[in-house]
Design a protein around this ligand. Structure first.
Ligand SMILES: Cc1cc2nc3c(=O)[nH]c(=O)nc-3n(C[C@H](O)[C@H](O)[C@H](O)COP(=O)(O)OP(=O)(O)OC[C@H]3O[C@@H](n4cnc5c(N)ncnc54)[C@H](O)[C@@H]3O)c2cc1C
Ligand SMILES: Cc1ncc(C[n+]2csc(CCOP(=O)(O)OP(=O)(O)O)c2C)c(N)n1
Ligand SMILES: [Mg+2]
Length: 573
């Protein structure tokens, strides 16, 4: 197109598919693109302080909206910083396009200043990753990238040299995106699934994020099968609330009721989940699985019958084929176990004025009760994931995001940035570990600069607590886990942000109320118990041995005080 540049074509194409913003850090090689954004009003540039934050923020936006979100990094180190966030986006299967600017095209292959190969580097964390070596490849390469990210739900990366961004753009016609197909297994396969389920006397459902949009069908299936529903963490948003068949989550952070409902079953129906931990799948039960991705069938455990299909479509066809059941014993046993487990966990979520330190369960329960009905919660990897999984209630309007599949620390604050920018009027509550918060703390300045009213809660246990727990369970003495933190509230105030700190349980509720009610960005630094043990639902013998060993080592090392502390926390409550 005479007079128009590749950069302008790129920006116009993104705008035409509904992209509203690009997260990133500017740089010479990105000038062509950012200068277009400056001149036009359609897409906003969201400058952050670290590109990893840009990728996490874009991922959060894509997760919450279901639409394409975009991030960008300048050549070499600029886009290299995106990589961890992009891994997270790709593993979470959210549609994100990353623009990786490249050094001038004539310099490629000369080990030029800042030269890297984004088209190689990002290959593993993307479903499409190609360089644009010549202006004539536009807009095709960009269109393929967008179609891949949206259609396959994942990351697409386009590497674009700065000089090509400024080159004259070729003619282009409007981009047409393919519609999502309805994926339905064949009639005989659905009949076979009904037959497999009918043979079971104790059927349990393990359901995950693939059940989003299939809630009614999931509950109707559980009703027909008199089956308890166990969920995987990413399914929590859609499955747990107002669900008479819910018996909690499974896994190391799960509920014992979730674990036993699966282990007791003679048929397990796995729906839209890629729950990764094989030791929590049953060894002997018949396993039937429905997943939209053929490659995800049976990849975590035994598979007797696998159907490639959309959960909603498949269950709609399945329900009329199921026999009526009258035996509710398996369901009732699991539900009773769940009630008991839930009560046990809720009992831990309390605080007595004057009795320090604050139990993190009490903190998260307080936040759960005080946060709005449509709040977006983000949580860091580590113990905040555990507390969110166990104590934050979903309701169909609330959302919960974390780096659950990639398992990266420090995602909560960047994801909160993306969530708040995409939904300026929603309450966004960020549950950060002190380790996670400090890892990408520079972007607190982005929150300040943009006056984003994100509410950041720091679970200040002075430690990389989750790893400390893992070390104990493995029979090791903790090492390298201590964090000597400043007063984060004072630090926030020094930055011009609302900051409050709580050490006494008696002050928690009032301080949290004021914190959530304040208008702008806010940091709540809560000194929580470092020794809060979160025991797995079933302690493996090896783990138990490890735990005992930890105690022995600790005594030998003269750390008896710590054992007493552990005992007081976990045995005497
Ligand atoms: C510190 C830490 C501890 C953790 N501990 C636990 C734990 O104890 N328990 C736990 O559950 N998780 C835990 N997790 C999270 C865990 O790693 C996984 O992220 C989670 O279990 C995956 O949840 P999911 O299967 O619902 O989602 P995903 O992994 O996203 O899987 C969704 C599946 O649904 C399929 N799908 C998507 N759409 C459809 C559709 N329309 N129809 C059919 N199929 C579809 C996808 O192909 C995919 O296979 C932990 C994470 C961290 C960071
Ligand atoms: C980027 C990254 N580095 C290291 C780890 C290993 N890791 C997992 S959880 C964790 C500790 C998290 O500490 P913190 O944020 O303080 O949360 P806590 O568990 O103490 O509540 C570490 C180091 C990781 N998952 N990601
Ligand atoms: Mg910590």
């Amino acid at each position: 197109m005479p007079g128009s540049t590749v950069a302008k074509l790129l920006v116009d194409t993104l705008e035409s598919v509904g992209v509203r913003r690009i997260y990133g850090v500017v740089g010479d090689s990105l000038n062509g693109i950012t200068d277009c954004l400056r001149k036009e009003n359609g897409i906003e540039w969201i400058g952050v302080r670290h590109e990893e934050v840009a990728a996490f923020a874009a991922g959060a936006e894509a997760h919450l909206t279901g639409s394409l979100a975009v991030c960008a990094g300048s050549c070499g180190p600029g886009n290299l910083h995106l990589i961890n966030g992009l891994y997270d986006c790709h593993r979470s299967r959210v549609p994100v396009l990353a623009i990786a600017a490249q050094v001038p095209s004539r310099e490629l292959g000369s080990n030029y200043f800042q030269e890297t190969r984004p088209d190689r580097l990002f290959r593993e964390c993307s479903c499409y990753c190609e360089p644009i070596d010549h202006a004539s490849q536009m807009p095709r390469v960009l269109e393929l990238a967008i179609r891949s990210a949206v259609g396959q739900r994942g990351v697409a990366v386009v590497a674009l040299p700065g000089d090509i961004a400024l080159a004259e753009a070729p003619e282009a016609s409007p981009l047409a995106l393919g519609a999502r197909p309805e994926v339905r297994p064949s009639e005989p396969q659905i009949a076979k699934l009904a037959e497999t389920l009918d043979k079971g006397t104790k059927v349990t459902i393990l359901a995950g994020a693939g059940c989003a949009g299939a809630r009614a069908e999931l509950i109707a299936t559980a009703g027909a099968l008199q089956a308890p529903i166990v969920h995987a963490l990413r399914g929590k948003e859609y499955i747990e609330y107002d669900n008479p068949f819910d018996v909690g989550m499974t896994g190391l952070l799960g509920f014992s009721s979730g674990y036993y409902a699966i282990m007791d079953a003679d048929v397990l129906l796995v729906l839209g989940t890629d729950f990764p931990y094989s030791q929590f799948y049953p060894k002997h039960a018949t396993v039937a699985q429905v997943d939209i991705r053929p490659e995800n069938l049976g990849r975590r455990g035994r598979l007797d019958l696998g159907l490639v299909g959309d959960v909603k479509t498949t269950l709609s066809a399945l329900i009329p084929m199921l026999r009526k059941r009258t035996d509710t014993r398996h369901l009732e046993k699991a539900l009773a176990h769940y009630t008991k487990t839930r009560k046990g966990l809720d009992d831990l979520a309390a605080g007595v004025p004057g009795r320090r330190p604050i139990h993190p369960q009490f903190l998260v329960r307080t936040l759960d009760e005080l946060s709005s009905a449509d709040a977006v919660f983000t949580c860091d990897v580590g113990l905040p994931t555990l507390w969110a999984a166990r104590y934050i209630h979903m309701n169909g309007q609330r959302r919960l995001i974390g780096s659950f599949n990639h398992g990266s620390m420090a995602s909560a604050m960047p994801q909160a940035i993306g969530a708040q920018i995409a939904f300026p009027r929603k309450q966004v509550v960020c549950l950060s570990g002190d380790g996670g918060f400090s890892m990408l703390m520079g972007d607190l300045l982005t929150i300040r600069q943009r006056k984003l009213p994100v509410k950041i809660v720091v679970f200040n246990n002075g430690a990389l607590g989750f790893v400390e727990l893992e070390m104990k369970v493995a029979g090791l003495l903790e090492y390298g886990t201590t964090l000597d933190n400043p007063d984060f509230a004072q630090m926030a105030r020094a930055m011009g942000i609302y900051g409050a700190r709580v050490e006494d349980p008696g002050e928690l509720v009032a301080t949290a109320k004021a914190f959530l009610a304040c208008e702008g960005p806010a940091v709540l630094d809560v000194v929580v118990n470092r020794q809060e043990l979160a025991m797995p639902p079933k302690i493996q013998f090896d783990q138990m041995k490890g735990f005992t060993l930890y105690m022995v080592d600790a005594v030998l090392n003269g750390r008896g005080d710590e054992i007493i502390e552990l005992a007081r926390t976990n045995l005497w409550r």
